[in-house]
Design a protein around this ligand. Structure first.
Ligand code: FES
Ligand SMILES: [Fe+2]
Length: 412
């Protein structure tokens, strides 16, 4: 006998899931079925269906300021190297040697005049051409063995990659983001600090969490020292007074605010709290060397988010970016990066602890929330639950985008 009318479904023992059935069973406006968060087969499918068919924010020019500087990113089992070929050209390659496939660049970042494989020293120039391969036969053609490129685009100092030709059109996103972000001059920024935070949760739970502030009032006291509480009475009004004042300031500063939305991006400059100058614990500027040195008043924060894995903020004094890189079905690496003007000097113009405290606290809290969510979702009692239409609107958008992208792939 049971005293409760709500029962968890009895799961079928896990076999390889039928993906088309699984996706067609999803209820829009709700969290996903358990298998979509927990199945390694689904994860492998997502790497092909979602991540190789999207534009992924992968870094900043500020991370590779000089020719030969590179960073690597890990996505599932795939590693990509992003390298500055010259002052004006950034290239991306699969980080796999064309000889026997060894990983070519073995660290997160570095600098090289040529890329030399650690195994048998096949050597590539920064354009990906094979320029040295010892003792190969006379008919060996090095031109057939260059590094395999990935698509790479740079917008106002931010680097995006796409692993296949099936990524959506980039031009519209560039057209929207460039004029809004260019005034922050991230091309002349430097990375003051970066972290890689492993989160032991499925990547979609990490992103769902990152797309809503329904949890902020209870879980993010630091974040709410700077952001307006979205549960404030007038937050969803069309034009509250604080928004009118903010728009006048931005207009006077010559800034474009948006919103600009596309199928896979969302860009908006919005005000932070009155009297708060930056995203710091005390609300004061994090860096006295400003990214936007001219103009008066509080210009809030420019937030841009791209599906499936990133959001960023650019302020007058610094920028912060968040990238979530899925490693396996239960592991996601969150990369956090703080940028300030390249001439800023630590200890004189900014203090690292002051610059990073707000997002470090927030990311640690979100790590706990996502991991705790993953624990609950894996249990027998889990059934998909409804999102709040107001407070989790961007989560609904994320999940809908995810389902549309996955189902589009299944149809072809
Ligand atoms: S695998 Fe790279 S040189 Fe042999
Ligand atoms: Fe959060």
């Amino acid at each position: 006998m049971t005293g409760c009318s709500h029962h968890a479904p009895v799961p079928t023992p896990s076999l390889t899931p039928n993906l088309a059935d699984l996706y067609s069973q999803c209820r829009r406006g709700h969290t996903l079925p358990q298998t979509l968060y927990t199945s390694a087969a689904v994860f492998d499918f997502e790497m092909d269906a979602v991540f190789t068919r999207a534009w992924l924010q992968a870094g900043h020019l500020a991370e590779i300021p000089r020719t030969g500087d590179y960073i690597t990113v890990q996505l599932g089992k795939t590693s990509v190297v992003i390298i500055r070929e010259s002052e004006s050209v950034v290239r991306g390659y699969f980080n796999t040697c064309r000889h026997r496939g060894a990983l070519l660049c073995t660290s997160d970042k570095g600098s090289a005049r040529r890329l030399v494989c650690p195994y048998h020293q096949w050597t590539y120039d920064l354009g990906g051409n094979l320029i040295f391969a010892r003792n190969m036969p006379a008919d060996f053609d090095p031109r057939q063995h260059g590094l395999v490129p990935v698509h790479c685009e740079v917008v106002a100092g931010v680097i995006f990659i796409a692993l296949s030709d099936d990524a959506p059109d980039f031009a519209e996103f560039r057209h929207q983001l460039e004029p809004m972000l260019a005034p922050h001059d991230l091309e002349n920024a430097k990375v003051a600090h970066s972290v890689v935070l492993p989160e032991y949760a499925n990547w979609k739970l990490v992103m769902e969490n990152g797309r809503e502030c329904y949890h902020c009032s209870a879980r993010h006291p630091e974040l709410l020292t700077a952001f307006r509480d979205p549960t404030e009475d007038d937050y969803f009004d069309a034009q509250p007074d604080w928004m009118k004042d903010f728009e006048a300031v931005c207009h006077a500063n010559g800034l474009v605010n948006g919103p600009a939305e596309g199928a896979w991006f969302d860009i908006l400059r919005f005000p932070i709290k009155d009297g708060v100058e930056s995203l710091t614990l005390d609300g004061r500027l994090a860096c006295s060397q400003l990214l936007i040195p001219s103009g008066e008043g509080n210009i809030g924060t420019l937030r841009w988010a791209t599906e499936p894995n990133a959001f960023s903020h650019a302020l007058r004094d610094h920028a912060f970016s968040f990238e979530a890189w899925p490693i396996d079905v239960g592991t996601t690496h969150v990369r956090g990066k703080w940028l300030v003007h390249k001439n800023a000097v630590e200890g004189r113009d900014y203090e690292l602890a002051h610059l990073t405290a707000l997002w470090n606290a927030t990311n640690d809290q979100d790590k706990w929330l996502a991991e705790n969510n993953f624990k609950g979702v894996q249990g027998r009692g889990y059934v998909p639950g409804p999102f709040s239409v107001n407070d989790e609107k961007k989560v609904i958008d994320f999940v809908n985008w995810y389902l549309d992208t996955a189902q589009r792939c299944l149809r072809f």
